[in-house]
Design a protein around this ligand. Structure first.
Ligand SMILES: [Zn+2]
Length: 374
């Protein structure tokens, strides 16, 4: 299900092909975020045109609203949201644990918490989380994990890593049982989540335990959540030595364009982040610096703040070298006007450009690896 097509001679970067029940993904790849089943402001057709190969939805949010019954009756998440390419569903661990005040109980069996929507009591076990993702017909299933915020408290991180590993074991058992009669091609992939914070020994223990259980892919959780970026790269350097080479690796929630490049060089294959879509909605736009050819140079891109007065009468597109729909038809002045007057069209047009930038960045990364330039 994962094939390395090209290993760079210059770094640990690799181009791969990941096969899922809804098609193949060329890696390294960036997953646009569709938390509640929609990438904010875009239709699936627009996502397709931008070259999105896979989107990321969230089990926890879909469980709260609209609930699994409605999605099941629609025939699964793909049918419900009109998207026929792969979908990765995050387990919701990150979302549950980021609202700690709502958690009533957490132990080896699972987690009990109050819904942030209506206060309803919800109980999730590792196996229930797998079952929900089966109902959603997700292509890549994530295990439930205990994801702590960035902490310098080793004891707490240690306990969270132990719990994550225990839950991973339970998740694998549930997954094996649920999909034992499903043919390999229709079988969703199961990804584990490596935890352990900024502590190298805990990270190493986490990987070693998860490898023993055995997963289709390995995600790295609990990074780029506020720790110094040098520490992030240091942890990635260590992880890249230990993660199984022939399995896809996914750095959750990262990141800025230069961070993606740095992670790719350390052997990461999959990414997701709210940055391009969220920043677009605030008028923060990404453009390639066409004077800098190499992605090795962190100045390969720059940011444009569209709300800045200097763009008030700026007749240029966001990026004259960009082939996206927005840059082909609209000036910075018009886009700024839409944004300042709170026209919904601004959100759509700016999201198109930023996602186009991110997906083009991934294409450039794959080309650079193919030529041993990264
Ligand atoms: Zn553009």
């Amino acid at each position: 299900m994962f094939r390395i097509i090209k290993q760079s001679k210059k770094s640990l970067a690799r181009c791969g092909e990941l096969t899922t029940p809804h098609g193949k993904i060329n890696t390294p790849f960036f997953m646009p975020i569709a938390t509640r089943g929609a990438v904010k402001n875009l239709t699936p057709e627009e996502l397709n045109d931008l070259g999105a190969q896979i989107i990321l939805s969230n089990t926890y949010h879909l469980l709260l609203r609209p609930g699994t019954k409605i999605i099941k009756r629609a025939g699964g998440l793909h049918q419900f949201i009109h998207w026929d390419k792969p979908i990765l569903t995050d387990s919701g661990g990150y979302q549950i644990f980021s609202l700690r005040k709502n958690i009533l109980q957490i132990n080896q069996q699972g987690v009990k918490f109050r819904s942030e929507v209506d206060g309803q009591l919800i109980s999730l076990t590792p196996s229930k989380v797998i079952k929900i993702q089966q109902i959603l017909k997700s292509d890549i299933i994530m295990v439930l994990d205990d994801c702590l915020p960035h902490l310098n408290n080793k004891k707490k991180i240690d306990l969270a890593e132990q719990l994550t590993t225990h839950w991973a074991k339970k998740s694998k058992q549930a997954y094996t049982k649920l999909f034992k009669t499903v043919k390999n091609k229709q079988r969703p992939l199961l990804f584990a989540i490596v935890q352990g914070g900024i502590y190298t020994d805990l990270r190493q223990r986490s990987i070693s335990n998860l490898k023993k259980i055995g997963f289709d892919g390995y995600a790295i959780g609990g990074l780029t959540i506020g720790e110094p970026i040098a520490k992030t790269y240091q942890i990635l350097d260590i992880l890249s030595q230990q993660l199984p080479v022939n399995h896809p690796r996914y750095l959750m929630g990262a990141g800025q364009p230069e961070q993606i490049v740095q992670a790719v060089k350390r052997g990461i294959d999959l990414f997701d982040c709210v940055i391009p879509t969220r920043n677009a909605r605030h008028g923060l736009l990404y453009v390639f610096n066409h004077r800098v050819q190499s992605l090795q140079n962190d100045n390969f891109y720059q940011k444009i703040h569209l709300t800045n007065n200097k763009h008030k009468d700026d007749r240029r597109p966001i990026d004259s070298n960009c082939s996206c729909y927005t840059c082909q038809h609209y000036s910075r002045a018009y886009l700024r006007h839409l944004l300042m007057t709170k026209e919904n069209l601004a959100l759509r047009l700016l999201t198109i450009h930023n996602l186009s930038f991110y997906l083009n960045l991934m294409a450039k990364i794959r080309q650079s690896i193919a030529k041993d330039k990264l």
